[in-house]
Design a protein around this ligand. Structure first.
Ligand SMILES: NC(=O)c1ccc[n+]([C@@H]2O[C@H](COP(=O)([O-])OP(=O)(O)OC[C@H]3O[C@@H](n4cnc5c(N)ncnc54)[C@H](O)[C@@H]3O)[C@@H](O)[C@H]2O)c1
Ligand SMILES: [Fe+2]
Length: 360
């Protein structure tokens, strides 16, 4: 049985931020990445909303902490808005979603992603860090009411961010497609997100801004797929390693994904082969399509100048092995593990760690 539910209204296109005026709000609380305070786009968004009063909460740093959320929640409650807008990458969106969740106010949450990656604008997840461990908060009430996908906000995306967040999209699509709760409808979104992002990422990385909306839509579609189907071991390990070593989330996924695909292929090889064919990396035999999928991911990772190992990402492998028990424990406790196609255990996580630290 598949139950598919998407309650977020999605408005997309160049200049879509203008749709904010339709909310008719008077008091706007804007949660934003400090980057947009500096470049003036925060003001542009506030003007588009046309509210008489605006409060700005711009303290968000990558991988928001529980403490930041607590501070933001107190500010949000004290201000009492009638419109809540989040402008930024997954970190900002997650922080705003968690703030709205804890504040329990009765105003709409509009998510405006400025990276094409997390899919947070349509998901039931908010990833919060506490004591160097990333904890996914999962609840349908976290899902934003509206997502605005405006390609104008993506014009100046730096190349490393395009690469990292783009690999996050691919990882969401691959993991959702193979996840235990996948169904026909989530598969549709995952397949389209994967093939579309896989095809458009090199051009976006090369500076062709006209393909950025395509990747942006793919990020949202991948979010719609995984919030329904679940994720897998790549995200569980990425959360565990990210909390400890602060390597950007998409960068960790790029390092982990080919290794995780190899392991999970024992359970969902046929589905991975379908995904490869949908993205034009086929082969008539499943084994060939599967090999092409893994090689295609490795080739794209190289083309986007992403690291292949944790060492290349600046993490000392000795630190990984010194902390291996904590890393394995956090990965296995992560909710994303539950929907991994293979039942994950200590051995599997260590086996993947060996590959990504260059031990094998
Ligand atoms: N809630 C979910 O469903 C979900 C899913 C996947 C990942 N996540 C979480 O999202 C976070 C990662 O989000 P992210 O990859 O979008 O990055 P991010 O929000 O952490 O931002 C990374 C950097 O990009 C900069 N930035 C953002 N938009 C920019 C733009 N348009 N131009 C220039 N710079 C810009 C920010 O200032 C920041 O320095 C992680 O904490 C991850 O765990 C959440
Ligand atoms: Fe992710």
């Amino acid at each position: 049985m598949e139950e598919f539910f998407c309650r977020t209204k999605i408005i997309s296109g160049s200049g879509a931020v203008a749709a904010l005026k339709n909310f008719g709000g008077k008091r706007l609380f804007l949660v934003l990445d400090p980057f947009f305070m500096k470049n003036g786009q925060a003001r542009m968004v506030a003007q588009a909303a046309g509210c008489a009063e605006t409060a700005y909460f711009d303290q968000i740093r990558p991988d928001p902490t529980v403490e930041q959320v607590a501070e933001g929640t107190a500010r949000l409650k004290a201000f009492g808005p009638d419109l809540l807008v989040a402008l930024g990458g997954g970190s900002t969106l997650d922080c705003a979603k968690a703030m709205a969740y804890f504040a329990k106010g009765s105003y709409p949450l509009v998510a405006i992603p400025t990276t094409s990656g997390s899919g947070s604008e349509v998901t039931d997840f908010a990833i919060l860090t506490h004591d160097r461990v990333k904890h996914p908060l999962v609840d349908p009430r976290l899902r934003p009411d509206v997502a605005i996908l405006d390609s104008e906000l993506l014009r100046d995306l730096p190349k490393p961010l395009i690469a990292e967040t783009g690999f996050d999209v691919l990882t969401h699509a691959v993991e959702a497609y193979g996840a235990k709760n996948a169904g026909a409808i989530s598969d549709l979104y995952a397949r389209e997100a994967f093939s579309s992002a896989y095809a458009a990422l090199p051009a976006s990385y090369a500076g062709r801004t006209e393909v950025r909306l395509k990747v942006h839509l793919a990020a949202t579609m991948a979010g719609m797929a995984f919030t329904q189907a679940g994720l897998g071991l790549c995200h569980a390990m990425s959360h565990s390693l990210g909390g400890m070593f602060h390597v950007p989330h998409g960068r960790l996924n790029a390092i982990l994904l080919p290794a995780v695909v190899s392991c999970n292929a024992h359970a969902v090889g046929r589905k991975y082969a379908e995904l490869a064919r949908a993205a034009g990396m086929g082969g008539s035999a499943d084994a060939i399509a599967l090999r092409n999928l893994k090689n295609g991911l490795i080739r794209l990772r190289r083309e986007l100048n992403l690291p292949e190992t944790l060492t290349q990402a600046g993490v000392d492998p000795r630190a990984v092995w010194r902390n291996v028990d904590a890393i394995v424990k956090a990965a296995l406790a992560d909710p994303c593990c539950k929907t991994n196609p293979l039942d994950a255990d200590d051995f599997l996580v260590r086996r993947i760690l060996e590959e990504v630290t260059g031990r094998v």
